[in-house]
Design a protein around this ligand. Structure first.
Ligand code: BES
Ligand code: MN
Ligand code: ZN
Length: 492
């Protein structure tokens, strides 16, 4: 899709269709008024006839415009005449793109940046247009033998009063390409998207950007480092595990890096503590944390952010096999702490803990891990916010504030020491599960044992990175949140 910014008056821009807004009191947006004059009052006359009320997400497509240079008009309802919430603005945009997708148009002018949106400037509104549109346009077609219906739409022109919208466009394109990368990797089947395949994605980033360096640690390297916990998980799989380390150097040479750690479990069958069969296919998405790290680094590099960022992705499968780790096994992690594996399906924390220990080598400013870690986060929070836990209030607050701007929500859960009781083991330093209560918190408490000496936050994205049911597929979250966090860090 080709996007551009147009600061000319809309009636002078050639396209197949212009999209403008109308409020539910039948007031036309500024652009709609301009289109109204350029079409000899056509908009006001159809509004007067009551053909569109202007309720949120109403649409009216005018496909013949007599005596005018304007070819077609799509009117979209904005609801009450007051600043829209970001959520409603995004709904309007989603309605717009889904209507356009069904048409046979080649080019459209989107004249919706003139609408007042709470806490959103032109830059952010432009970005939202690109993000919502790209999300709707995305399809996963790699494994279909017949090509999908091709969309005719080629050019999206965003009408804006000021060329600063170009920054919003650039940000929107970078974030969307990061989101799309994350979605695509998670949607790929697990026989294609293996740990080796994920490692290749890391190497591709290094090839595409001069200031990215990727190192792949293999099983022998992990043995040398003493990553007994990660190695315990991978023993049941025949696909070799990889620890992918990606360094983006966009900042001052001595600036401490922001480290992202993403769970890259390319298929989670549960191991010997085997999961039930129904819906097990969806456990290909257990690498969404890793995919979001790749997407975020790509977007950061595309925008040349002046920061140093490290992405670490432990990648493995979790399968049952004669060699697999068993319940009762005790693993020695890289930190030296021993772990009694009471359930081999709580494998995410086992691969993350050694990666968190490894993260210390980068002398991090902060470490943020993202993982489809617990089913319990779905029980607690559903599929709306990601679970947020961490040992540093300032970092958690920064993430909360970024999540609000990015419309990629998080909700903080407590990480109090009382919960550590649940992880006591009779045979090792720690158990890898904490019983049925507070599963998301005890999982984070487990990780907290490996974060001494640095500021750390954990995002449990099991409810937000993936959609189930008829819209089954990846969402690309939390790439928008992480990108907003990085953009805020640049501006700080
Ligand atoms: N990858 C799963 C968590 C998960 C569940 C992600 C549902 C997405 C949707 C994780 O490895 C897991 O199996 N967790 C167990 C932990 C339990 C054994 C303590 C869970 O949540 O059931
Ligand atoms: Mn599991
Ligand atoms: Zn898992």
């Amino acid at each position: 899709m080709n996007y551009s910014i147009e600061t000319n008056r809309i009636e002078n821009v050639k396209s197949d269709c212009v999209v403008v807004g109308i409020y539910s009191n039948q007031t036309l947006s500024a652009s709609a008024q301009m289109v109204d004059s350029a079409t000899n009052g056509l908009i006001s006359s159809v509004v007067k006839r009551g053909d569109i009320l202007g309720k949120l997400n109403d649409t009216l497509f005018l496909n013949v415009i007599p005596n005018s240079d304007i070819e077609r008009v799509l009117l979209v309802g904005l609801g009450e005449q007051k600043p829209l919430t970001t959520k409603n603005y995004r709904k309007v945009l989603a309605t717009t793109i889904s209507t356009i997708k069904k048409s046979r148009l080649n080019s459209v002018v989107i004249a919706l940046t003139d609408i007042d949106v709470e806490k959103a400037d032109l830059n952010l509104k432009t970005r939202q247009i690109v993000e919502v549109f790209e999300d709707a346009i995305y399809q996963f077609i790699d494994c279909k033998s017949k090509p999908a219906d091709e969309m005719t739409l080629k050019n999206i022109v965003i009408s804006a009063t000021d060329s600063v919208a170009n920054l919003g466009l650039a940000q929107g394109l970078a974030i969307s390409s990061g989101v799309n990368l994350a979605k695509h990797l998670a949607d790929l089947p697990p026989n294609i998207c293996t740990p080796t395949f994920l490692a290749e994605q890391g190497l591709t980033l290094a090839k595409n950007f001069d200031n990215i360096e990727t190192t792949i640690l293999d099983v022998a390297d992990m043995e040398k480092l003493g990553m007994g916990s990660l190695l315990g998980v991978t023993r049941g799989s025949r696909e070799p595990a990889k620890l992918i380390s990606i360094e983006y150097k966009g900042g001052e040479a001595n600036a401490k890096p922001i480290v992202f750690v993403g769970k890259g479990l390319t298929f989670d069958a549960g191991g010997i503590s085997l999961k039930p069969g129904a819906g097990m296919d969806e456990m290909k998405h257990d690498m969404c944390g890793g995919a979001a790290v790749l997407g975020t680094l790509q977007a950061a590099a595309e925008l040349s952010l002046p920061l140093n960022i490290v992405g670490l992705i432990p990648a493995t499968e979790n399968l049952p096999d004669g060699q697999a780790c068993k319940p009762g096994d005790v693993l020695t992690s890289m930190s030296g702490k021993t772990i009694e594996v009471l359930n081999t399906d709580a494998e995410g924390r086992l691969i993350l803990c050694d990666t968190l220990t490894y993260a210390k080598r980068f002398n991090p400013d902060v470490v943020i891990d993202l993982a489809t870690l617990t089913g319990a986060v779905l029980v607690a929070l559903g599929r709306v916010p990601s679970g947020l836990l961490g040992n540093d209030d300032a970092l958690c607050n920064d993430l909360i504030s970024a999540s609000e701007t990015a419309n990629d929500s998080v909700w903080r859960l407590p990480l109090w020491e009382e919960y550590q009781e649940q992880l006591k083991s009779n045979f090792a330093d720690l158990a890898n599960i904490g019983g049925k209560d507070a599963g998301t918190i005890t999982a984070a408490c487990f990780l907290a044992n490996f974060t001494e000496g640095f500021r750390w936050a954990h995002l449990d994205i099991a409810g937000t990175a993936w959609r189930t049911g008829s819209a089954k597929g990846a969402t690309g979250r939390p790439v928008p949140l992480l990108m907003q966090y990085l953009l805020n860090r640049v501006n700080a």
